[in-house]
Ligand binder design. Structure first.
Ligand code: ADP
Length: 324
């Protein structure tokens, strides 16, 4: 209005007015972007607050005074369950009863047994998500409670059935956000986990974005990435919780070949439903109602008329579903 008046009175030229209007129009979209940024910033700040809250959260098993940091170079990897009883907080029932098992450094022990037998609980104690209610769990003869939780957890790698992958590239998912990891290290881990070939087949190879906003992967592919992630973290004690349940027999076999060499003298605990995957374990522990009811090699257990033999015969007579 003022511009129009100005033009009429000769204070402003028509060209100036047109230019001014054009500039005002051009200003609109940056202003809109600015308004959006402010709302985005507010959302991000709310997120940041939640992250900071989480970071402030004390670890569920605090770093108690007088605990010792475990150094990888000094760790052999012998794990001993010494008369362990365990009850989940708030639960009346014991999930493990007088559970004793001595696992030598470098040994692979597989846990089998019906659902609710205590397999996951054993792994929860191994990962030190909980401490035994009674009895002791030892690493190289030392009670885990004497060890600093963070340094102990650094020695332990877990591959669970539900694989967690975040929105990001394949490489970032394997490196688990560690930017200092080189692509050749990532590829080496993926190769052991039998993932390298399928990753190279993805549209952008290791740069392919996966997760909710990216390429969808099959259950078997997700598990192989999780395995590569665990291998890259280079744990001394590995816990595989149904880790190969989503793989077809072919990929399972090649994964196991790669793993066998990599495992070397690392101690490994496996929970597997498919009994064919654990035939090569050094020892198999059959659990029932929180106790070890049978313990031995596949051959030894097959030679006795026990629960393991029965389970194997049941599985071989009825094919089970579930492939990658
Ligand atoms: P598995 O892995 O062999 O199927 P679990 O170790 O999960 O068996 O369970 C062993 C026992 O502990 C079961 O009786 C189960 O109900 C109980 N249990 C498992 N998780 C919890 C929990 N978070 N709280 C209370 N009881 C639990």
């Amino acid at each position: 209005l003022y511009g129009g008046w100005g033009v009429l009175n000769g204070i402003v030229t028509l060209g100036d007015l047109v230019m001014l209007s054009a500039f005002l129009l051009m200003l609109l979209s940056p202003l809109e972007a600015l308004a959006q940024s402010v709302s985005q910033l507010q959302k991000s700040l709310a997120g940041l607050e939640r992250i900071l809250d989480l970071l402030d959260e004390p670890p569920e098993l605090g770093a108690e005074k007088g605990t010792v940091r475990v150094r990888r170079q000094e760790c052999e990897g012998r794990v001993t369950f010494d008369g362990v009883y365990f009850r989940y907080p708030g639960s009346e029932k014991f999930a493990l009863h007088d559970f004793s098992l001595d696992v030598a450094a470098g040994e692979t022990v597989a846990f089998v047994g019906p659902s609710g037998a205590g397999k996951t609980t054993v792994c929860n104690l191994l990962a030190r998500f909980y401490d035994p209610t009674d009895g002791r769990l030892l690493l190289d003869g030392r009670d885990l409670r004497e060890l600093d939780v963070t340094s102990y957890r650094r020695l332990v790698g877990i591959v669970e059935q539900d694989v967690f992958l975040f929105d990001g590239s394949v490489a970032a998912n394997i490196a688990y956000g560690n930017r200092s990891t080189s692509l050749s290290e990532i590829r080496a881990a993926a190769t052991i986990a039998n993932a390298d070939a399928f990753v190279l087949d993805l549209p952008q190879g290791y740069d392919t974005i996966i997760g909710e906003r990216g390429v969808r992967l099959s259950g078997g592919q997700r598990q192989r990435l999780a395995m590569a992630r665990a291998i890259l973290a280079d744990p001394w004690i590995l816990i595989l919780d149904e880790a190969t349940s989503n793989l077809d027999t072919e990929s399972e076999r090649s994964l196991q070949c790669g793993l066998a060499t990599w495992m070397g003298n690392r101690t490994c605990f496996v929970i597997a439903h498919r009994l064919s995957t654990i035939e090569n374990a050094d020892r198999i522990a059959v659990l029932n109602a929180g106790r070890i009811v049978e313990l031995g090699t596949h051959e030894a257990l097959m030679a006795t008329e026990g629960e393991y033999r029965e389970m194997v015969l049941l599985q071989t007579s009825a094919p089970i579903s579930g492939t990658a």
